[in-house]
Design a protein around this ligand. Structure first.
Ligand SMILES: [Zn+2]
Length: 426
């Protein structure tokens, strides 16, 4: 049975709004409510998902529709169901209302990333409903805990249930949205992402009475170190990927705008500083948490060496958590498909390979050998401040742009499964 495309669009929108209304703010998470919702929808279409719950209410959902040819690596559609917290007083609408207004769906997760949850959910259901037989397995993974480091989500699945999420190819978040640089309109497709090394830096100094100021205190030293970290750029290195990206945009590396700087070096950013406990006591210790990000080709050791060069031998450096960078080849049939269909869907625009300075679940699925791309397409108008809406206030998704992306996404996924759009939709 083929599915009328307009119905498919409307249902996808309804699911997105319903998912936004389920508050899965992490912490604490509570992704169970989203997993249960998606499980009910899949069950209605005869798909029996698996729910994995490493801790109560921290539920991830995995589903699979088998294809005809098991020798071809499965395609996994990947999303996370948790969202970051909101500052409600700074929103102009209810962050968990899923309102439709000004041509947009409003709410936390509209972009990051319940829209793709809804797209993946609908696409898998449609494939099953249509009865069309794909050439490879299609896996859907809608997981918990991405926004807090993936310990109870993708990382847990990769370490404890690799058979469930072992895919040849993964389509995940962060890519396929319109970007405007100068005269260029383009669509970044994520093929690489940086790793992270989160470090606690501690310095000690002599304690004393606040009425007897000195310059050799832990606070003074920490202040110096933080200033130095802020003003000392880390070693610049142009990876072949970023060289390609800049080249395709016609931007010489030495003229790269600030947007590209985190893609050309490891970075370190102080995010938490702590010292002192009483107004008239000079504390003997000061600590700072440093958010370090590593380029593909770097690791924890090489990052710490570089950090050491900046802060000197004395401060104590303790790694709180880390994950490696990830990079996939963009010389694959799937990347060529993503590129050609995206460019056909928006004539005049270019689709280009891209490195994400942040982290996604792709870095974990990569460890099982999957080729992961960030592709969650949406067409945007130049005035839409898309980048700042990730984790920002008034997060919202334009409905027209979403429907444009949904069509492109369905086309790419079905083609890669060896099917045609008209096998499933009318
Ligand atoms: Zn996300």
């Amino acid at each position: 049975m083929r599915i009328p495309w307009e119905n498919f669009e409307r249902e996808t929108l309804d699911h997105l709004r319903a998912l936004i209304r389920l508050d899965t703010t992490n912490p604490p998470g509570n992704e169970k409510i989203a997993a249960n919702y998606m499980a009910r929808v899949l069950a209605q279409h005869g798909i029996d998902p698996i729910l994995i719950e490493p801790m109560p209410r921290r539920t991830s959902l995995i589903a699979r529709v088998a294809g005809a040819n098991r020798s071809q690596g499965p395609l996994m559609l990947s999303s996370h169901t948790d969202v970051v917290p909101v500052e409600s007083s700074r929103w102009s609408r209810d962050p968990f209302g899923g309102d439709l207004a000004d041509g947009c769906v409003w709410g936390r997760g509209a972009i990051d990333m319940k829209a793709k949850c809804a797209m993946d959910l609908m696409l898998m259901s449609a494939l099953k409903r249509s009865g069309a037989l794909a050439q490879r397995d299609l896996i859907l993974a809608a997981v918990a805990d991405e926004e807090a480091g993936s310990e109870l989500g993708a990382r847990y699945l990769v370490e404890h249930h690799p058979d469930l999420v072992n895919a040849g190819f993964v389509l995940n978040e962060t890519g396929g949205f319109t970007m405007f640089i100068g005269e260029h309109r383009f669509y970044p497709i994520q093929v690489a992402e940086k790793g992270f090394v989160t470090v606690r830096m501690t310095v000690a100094g002599s304690p004393g009475h606040g009425s007897m100021p000195r310059s050799d205190t832990a606070i003074a030293w920490m202040a110096e170190l933080l200033t130095r970290l802020t003003h000392t750029p880390m070693r610049q290195r142009l990876t072949p990927l970023v060289r390609t990206t800049l080249n395709e945009l016609g931007i010489p590396p030495d003229k790269a705008p600030p947007l590209f700087r985190p893609m050309m070096a490891n970075t370190v950013c102080p995010t938490i500083v702590h010292a002192g406990y009483k107004d008239n006591v000079i504390p003997g210790e000061a600590t700072a948490v440093l958010d370090g990000r590593t380029l593909p080709g770097e690791d924890e050791k090489s990052f710490l060496r570089e950090l050491r060069d900046i802060v000197g031998p004395e401060p104590t450096l303790e790694v709180i958590k880390s994950a490696p960078p990830a990079e996939a080849s963009f010389d694959t049939p799937l990347f060529r498909l993503l590129r050609s269909r995206t460019e056909a869907a928006d004539p005049g625009a270019r689709a280009i390979p891209w490195m994400l300075p942040g982290a996604t679940d792709s870095k974990f699925y990569t460890q099982l050998g999957a080729i992961c791309y960030g592709f969650s397409p949406v067409r945007l108008e130049p005035k839409m401040p898309f980048g700042s809406l990730y984790h920002g206030n008034d997060e919202r998704m334009p409905v027209d742009g979403l429907f444009w992306g949904l069509r492109l996404y369905a086309d790419v996924v079905l083609t890669f499964l060896g099917l045609q759009f008209k096998d499933v939709f009318e």
